[in-house]
Design a protein. Structure first.
Length: 474
């Protein structure tokens, strides 16, 4: 029964994501062509502080509702009251500190972006519980519809405003419109409508669990975004913009696919969280399938980065080529690390999750402080050198916690990486042979050859996982 629910849910999530991401990726690339590196530099600096507080608002609250087995209108109402108070406080904190942050970076545009974006906290407070209740029932058909309408509204409005010459404000107002539509629809489709009340004691468990998850998410955000925050104090805004676009493109598969996987995985793991062997079994399976699908995407992006930037973004973004090439190489490891999160949360191992994230933060902080001295290429190299060290430390901890053999984990993911390297080499060979052709022809040929090599070699040497993916699709 659970298997059918998960597969049915994944189909709806995949359907929603397929539609939204095809259009969103297209509009994102068009927006990048319309804006300049300094526009993305302003947004990248402001986003570090906005997203930092954003996680206190949303990271743990929805998860707490999904995990709770004894929800009542009284407990949800008390929790809603806590959410409203918290988000109003975060709004005041961000709005009030915008001038100080902009002054610290000597950039008034950062001040204005932070001040306007602070109003998002007042909007999202009314979205958290309705969307969590829909996810708890695994009604991903409704969530897919909400995702499609809100994402497309935000994407097209951002593109239109960028076309009108509104610069970085196109990104800000597009995000606000997306949140408004998403919040409205989630309240319309929510299976239960909740009003705030003063039954705060009944919400205590959710508040404590959500608080722990929020702290872990904040540490996670800091380690993934501190490169921009640190570099913003040293490098030019245009350099930060080029680096942030490289990170944006490198993380597109991660940021667009992983939330969908975790969205389904969390309620699914919660249903079987009393049987750790079942959790371990599905955790390994998710790692095996995810790496099979994601390694070729990331390695493929890395191998064609030079040609891709030239064809899609034009020459003014050439500073993003080296960072994009390097960052894509470590993205499969980041995806694997994130896949452990739903299993740990569902089994109540949030302390392990927090410790793991702290380990990554400390290692990456040291690596970034060294790398930033060498510009944005050094920042990207800091990820390549630092993250694998942290990754293998935390994987060793997670596998012990979930009762998974470390050797079984390595066996589950090793073949996609080996085959991915073979694919990478074939693409590099294509680019050498076709050096005299137009960049667009080289890009298309490289993608076709890379895909053919990965599929054919996987069929020959990793057929069991290949068939597993086909069976999942059917």
């Amino acid at each position: 029964m659970l298997r059918e629910q998960v597969i049915h849910s994944m189909k709806w999530v995949a359907f929603g994501k397929a539609i939204t991401q095809i259009i969103r990726w297209s509009t994102t690339f068009l927006v990048i062509r319309l804006l300049v590196p300094s526009d993305y530099g302003v947004i990248a600096i402001a986003d570090f502080f906005i997203s930092f507080l954003w996680l206190f608002s949303i990271a743990g609250a929805g998860t707490a509702v999904i995990k709770s087995h004894d929800l009542t209108k009284e407990s949800l109402g008390g929790f809603f009251t806590v959410i409203l108070i918290l988000n109003f406080f975060l709004f005041l904190l961000l709005w009030g500190s915008s001038g100080y942050i902009g002054g610290y970076y000597n950039n008034l545009d950062v001040t204005d972006v932070i001040a306007v974006s602070a109003f998002c906290f007042l909007i999202i407070a009314f979205h958290i519980i309705p969307s969590a209740l829909i996810a708890k029932e695994m009604d991903f058909k409704k969530l897919a519809y909400i995702e499609i309408v809100s994402q497309l509204s935000g994407a097209f409005s951002t593109l239109y405003m960028a076309y009108l010459g509104m610069g970085f404000w196109a990104l800000v107002y597009g995000q606000i419109l997306r949140l408004l539509i998403m919040t409205l629809l989630s309240n319309i489709y929510s299976p239960m409508h909740v009003w705030p009340n003063l039954h705060l004691r009944k919400a205590k468990k959710m508040v404590l669990f959500g608080g722990t998850v929020s702290v872990e998410s904040v540490v996670f955000h800091v380690y993934t975004q501190m490169d921009v925050a640190i570099a913003g104090l040293i490098l030019a805004t245009s350099e930060i913009g080029a680096y942030s676009v490289a990170m944006l493109v490198a993380a597109i598969p991660l940021s667009k696919i992983m939330p969908s996987v975790k969205q389904v995985a969390m309620p699914a793991y919660t249903k079987v969280n009393k049987d750790i062997k079942v959790v371990a079994k599905y955790c390994l399976k998710s790692q095996r399938i995810a790496m099979f699908l994601m390694v070729p995407i990331f390695f493929g992006l890395s191998s064609v980065a030079n040609t891709l930037v030239t064809v899609v973004f034009e020459n003014r973004w050439e500073g993003a080529i080296v960072p994009l090439t390097l960052l894509c190489l470590i993205m499969p490891l980041r995806a694997s690390e994130e896949l452990f999160s739903p299993a740990l949360k569902a089994t109540g191992k949030t302390g392990v999750l927090l410790t793991n994230t702290t380990i990554i933060f400390l290692i990456m902080l040291a690596s970034i402080l060294v790398g930033v001295r060498y510009g944005i290429d050094g920042l990207a190299m800091a990820w390549v050198c630092g993250f694998p060290v942290a990754f293998f430390l935390i994987v060793n901890r997670v596998t012990r916690t979930l009762g998974i053999s470390f050797a079984d984990y390595v066996r589950a993911i090793r073949m996609p990486f080996i085959i991915g390297l073979v694919m990478y080499g074939s693409v590099e060979l294509v680019e050498i042979i076709m050096g005299g052709f137009s960049p667009l022809v080289v890009l298309i040929t490289s993608i076709i050859v890379g895909a053919m090599v990965y599929v054919s070699v996987s069929w020959a040497f990793n057929r069991s996982v290949f068939q597993e993916v086909i069976q999942l699709r059917n």
